[in-house]
Design a protein around this ligand. Sequence first.
Ligand code: BGC
Length: 867
Amino acid sequence: MSLETTARTEGAALGHLAARLTLEEKVALVVGAGTWETTGIERIGLRPMVLSDGPVGVRGGTGSPAATAAMFPAPSALAATWDLDLARRAGALFATEARRHGVDVVLAPQVNLQRTPVGGRHFECYSEDPVLTADVAVALVGAAQERGVGMCVKHYVANDSETDRTRYVARVDERTLREVYLAPFERLVADADAWSVMGAYSGVDDGHESAPALEHRGLLTGVLKDEWGFDGVVVSDWVATRSVAGAVRGGLDLQMPGPDGVWGDGLLEAVRSGEVAEGELDDKVERLLRLAVRVGALRLDGSAPEGPTSGASAVGHGTPEDAAALLRELTARSMVVLKDEAGLLPLASAARVALVGPGAVDLFLLGGGSSFVVPDRVTCVVDELRTAFPATEVSVHAGARPRRNPPLLDVAALCTDPVTGAVGVRVELLGVDGTVLEVEAGQPWDGWRQDVLADAATLRLTADVRLTEPGVHGLGLGTVGVHDVRVDGAPVASGETVADTGIVLSSGHNHPFAVVHEVTVGPDAPRTVRLAADLQVVHPVGYASFVRAELVHALPGPSAEDELSEAVEAARAADVAVVVVGTTEEVESEGYDRPDLALPGNQDELVARVLAANPRTVVVVNAGAPVLLPWLADAPTVLWAWLPGQEGGTALADVLAGVTEPSGRLPWTLPARAQDVPVPDAIPVDGVVDYAEGVHVGYRAWERDGLEPAAPFGHGLGWTTWSYDALEVAPGGDAAPDEPAGVVVTVTLTNTGPRAGREVVQAYVEPPAPDADRPRRWLGGFTTVDAAPGETVTARVPVRRRAFQIWDTGARRWATPPGDHAVRVGRSVRDLRLDAVASLTASPLELSPTTRSHGVSAPSNSARRHP
Ligand code: BGC
């Protein structure tokens, strides 16, 4: 049976099934049954489907903090490998992890673009470039779906920053949307047959329609469903649905979570009142049922479906060890050598290595927000290095303090209930009028109290805290909302600002700023102080009520300056120093954008002073998004190590010890100076984020402006050198019948260095003539090749037809401007080694799918070598 006939037969069967459903069942189907589950209907053999975040691993459907998961490196690290085979293997691991956790659909990948380096979710995105984003995402989604696990591609569309994210409208012209922000979604539908897409919190104004993303009929129904033929489910971002009829007509298929919310409370009524026709639900119901068939939650032959963990047999029983091995390889491969002037990488054996910096003690593994997972294991770079270099003395020194808040108070060890004397804190829940509704003595406290009584307004927390060490302690509490905090009766902090319970829980609640009170403990220690706090109970829309109170405690100890000097002295005394500095989840998180690009705390000072003390220093940057490196010129060797996930320790040790080449290349531009950044922030003005830069996103703007970044897009040195020897460009049609016609670029290159290595061969396209509406050059395609020292290899880079096309806004279709397009290959957008010409003839202007090579002539001799 042909694919088309199968789809028709399946479509008919789904239609038949949908017709058997009552109106109530149809409405229940398009609204979540809980926070992470869809509705099951037993009489048709449909079980609930489980959805779970997210881009750095599969957290597990229930959100239970006890479940651990394989924690991947941040998505930007995966993109930094530019390795589609690794992306496919990562997709397969997502499928295995999904089934292990009983999950049918993983809420990933995020294919929004890194429009501004301050974007809070920058680390969750792949790249500032749509082609790299699309290629990685297609490989990953395809591999997961082949194994029967759905991936929910998010967030459709132009949801590229976090400031006021539930309210802003992204004003993006149609051409920019098509050529840049919609491009990865289009590829995922065309090439990976994506089964679900998540609609964004924000809105879009594309010049034709200005509407919240979930109500944007032009983009959801017009483009995604009708034009591209997407037959999957449009899922709302969590608690993002704002209207009944508007979202029904816009194209939303499934409101999450449920069963309450706008659709839960109003959809049935809207159909009964005639505001929404029952027929408008049928297409949505069929889409839901199709997804259920795809993930194995429904069988069209009427037999009982398998449970969500059963698919594990189909995806293979990967062990946590298998997962760790893949993540270790992937993470090491993702690391980018920004510079290595002194040839310090990999480290030679040495008598003494000083590991310095907050990241040396505790790597920052993942960013903040909904992508959070509890890792199966955490690896430690110090232990791994000691194993790799048994004869070396490895010392460790934090040296700097990147975090705003002191460490968490050890409640179990230090706190007792002031009334009962039981270990823990005393919790009293009070109503609006101050009546005590509930008392809990001697409670453990991890910073949160979830699922609080619906009628509670205030949580009163009291504890006697026993401070044992003489010296100055810092005792504090970070919270959100109205609060009043006292230590031994003295006011410490108070605030009248009511927590934002708006449309969705703010991620800022994860990282409240703690006010710290100094308590001096004399030589006659211990001393017991009374901590008391009245805290607002937050009742957010669509989520369970909670109270936030991060209890923090700074022990007496060395001053920041003493800590820094000790680290610098250790670096001076060592043969080599490795300084690991970076961001934290307070800085890189969903829910807000960064105010600036600086490394937090006194880390820049630490790096500068270590470099002055020991020129044989490797600086490792442990961050997902760009940070400014003011000491870069003085650093001989700099390695970008991302937010590396659970295998950060093993992978970094593998790179330092020479086990795995750090063959990553930057998927974004690293700015040298804040003032050069093309889109320095995304603060809405009158509710609008104006994408005024048009198609000039990321490196395209740096190329337009001719400014020098600290490192350009695509940059990364690996640990060997390459010569680019020859280039040929041929029409893509005949050479690769399975690829949309464009051109195939064949590059001959030689590993001229002393080590076996991997090169990422990048092909850029330039327009026939300078054109202000087009970038100066853009990525057309890429591939990776491996070669032994001295070996010459051939790289084949397909460049899709779309790379030569523009969106013709007048005609509302793709067009191919004729003329000679330079095709340039090299090691980054600024290190181009060879070029050739692809001539697109004037007639016909469009390359039709049936004559795919038509119009492309590729003079194979035109390769020119750059000096
Ligand atoms: C995020 C989504 C996520 C969802 C469920 C939202 O706040 O924007 O990316 O999948 O929550 O956790």
